[in-house]
Design a protein around this ligand. Structure first.
Ligand code: ADP
Ligand code: MG
Length: 390
């Protein structure tokens, strides 16, 4: 913590020298991300607003001899050997599956990768919803391209990494995480259309930081409830399709459509649909608010997103509500919401620089009093997407 990317990259080069007895040819970085607004809109082919963060995965590498990729993980203190002629999923050193999946996808795309020696290190907390997995995939893809003088469009690269996670690792994630890790821009958030992949950037409010508070609550319900929500969204579409022409996903349903035809949906399904339809609208409004410099409106939309996730999509829990309520009690907090799947994980807040210390103190103290758990609070900046460090 506290050390710059350059310092960490030099330390990683030292580690590489120690492991492999020579210099790395390149060091790359790929960032994690926050989802500022747009909860559960991705699989409804809707809009999301992520930002890349200044927490990342660094990877050092060089082309080697033979037919294997040897990769040392600093975080796990483990070496994994990947046979390029027979890339398989492994149970031990399961962190290497993300790297294996990317190698596999390069091969499937007809780009055979050379044998390599790699060292990887990251400072994104693993498994807390800041998408360390996407950062690891994108770092791998970025490193392969640098080592082979390869060229790939950012969008292709993101899609390749998503396929690695979907098909090889076996996690049914959307495109947002990889897309923002490749294409993020410092100081900005991205508006992304998950159907078309059209995207644009907007400046985050000047003089603010992105603050993530980890509830440390195990997300035991998250997997099963996620599947239930997806099925409910599909049910909504299959019913609404009989009344609204040409809709394929909730993305195609307007607020007015839902007002007119929502009565045809079972109560629970109607609530889920209302969340998604209005959340898509809020992401569009958030983009307009940022472009107009209206930070109050931007913050309000984050708070409304939280309320909708809590009351309509019903993916919140006491811990997330307590974190969000403590956050918005701090005058310099523009807005706050639960991030990601729900049922635990992290909240994301946008906080004025001068209020960050107070935010940290108030949220930690209140949450600890309510739960007996000290939340982990990370103060972040929107950063650039993946690239070469040296
Ligand atoms: P998230 O993406 O929200 O952080 P995931 O469960 O999708 O959570 O991915 C976390 C996994 O990604 C880790 O358990 C590990 O296998 C892999 N991973 C992420 N960062 C690193 C790293 N720096 N070194 C090795 N493996 C990593
Ligand atoms: Mg992940």
């Amino acid at each position: 913590m506290g050390s710059s990317v350059e310092e960490r990259a030099r330390a990683l080069a030292d580690e590489f020298r120690g492991r492999f007895g020579r210099e790395p040819e390149v060091v790359v970085r790929a960032p994690g991300r926050v989802e500022l607004i747009g909860g559960h809109t991705d699989y409804n082919e809707g809009f999301v607003m992520p930002a890349a963060i200044d927490r990342d995965v660094l990877m050092a590498g060089a082309v080697a001899q033979g037919d294997t990729v040897r990769v040392w993980s600093v975080n796990f203190g483990e070496m994994s050997e990947i046979l390029l002629t027979d890339i398989r999923r492994v149970e031990e050193a399961s962190w290497s599956n993300y790297i294996r999946g990317v190698l596999d996808q390069f091969h499937r795309a007809g780009r055979v990768t050379p044998p390599m020696e790699l060292v990887v290190e990251g400072n994104i907390p693993l498994g807390s919803g800041l998408s360390s997995s996407a950062a690891l995939e994108v770092a791998t893809a970025c490193l392969i391209l640098k080592l082979t003088d390869g060229d790939m469009d950012g969008r292709e690269m993101a899609l390749l990494c998503q396929r690695a996670e979907n098909e090889f690792v076996g996690v049914n994630c959307g495109i947002m995480d990889q897309f923002i890790s490749v294409l993020g821009q410092a100081g900005k958030t991205m508006f992304l259309d998950c159907r078309t992949l059209d995207h644009q950037f907007a400046n985050l409010p000047r003089g603010t930081r992105i603050v993530v508070a980890d509830s440390k609550k195990p997300r035991t319900l998250a997997g099963s409830e996620y599947n239930v929500r997806r099925a409910q969204c599909e049910e909504a579409v299959s019913i609404l399709r009989k009344h609204i022409n040409g809709i394929r996903a909730l993305r195609d349903v307007s607020v007015e459509d839902l007002e007119r035809h929502g009565g045809k949906l079972p109560d629970v399904v109607r609530k889920r649909a209302r969340h998604v339809v209005h959340e898509n609208e809020r992401v569009l409004q958030a983009l307009r608010a940022l472009n107009a410099g209206d930070e109050t409106e931007f913050g309000n939309l984050l708070n409304q997103s939280h309320a909708s996730a809590r009351d309509l999509y019903e993916i919140s829990c006491d811990e997330m509500n307590w974190l969000q309520e403590a956050a918005v009690s701090v005058p310099g907090c523009l807005g706050s919401r639960l991030m990601g799947g729900g049922f635990g994980g992290c909240t994301v807040s946008v906080v004025r620089d001068e209020a960050v210390d107070e935010f940290r103190a108030v949220v930690s103290e209140r949450y600890a009093r309510q739960t007996g758990i000290e939340p982990e609070i990370s103060v972040l900046n929107a950063s650039d997407g993946a690239g070469q460090v040296f």
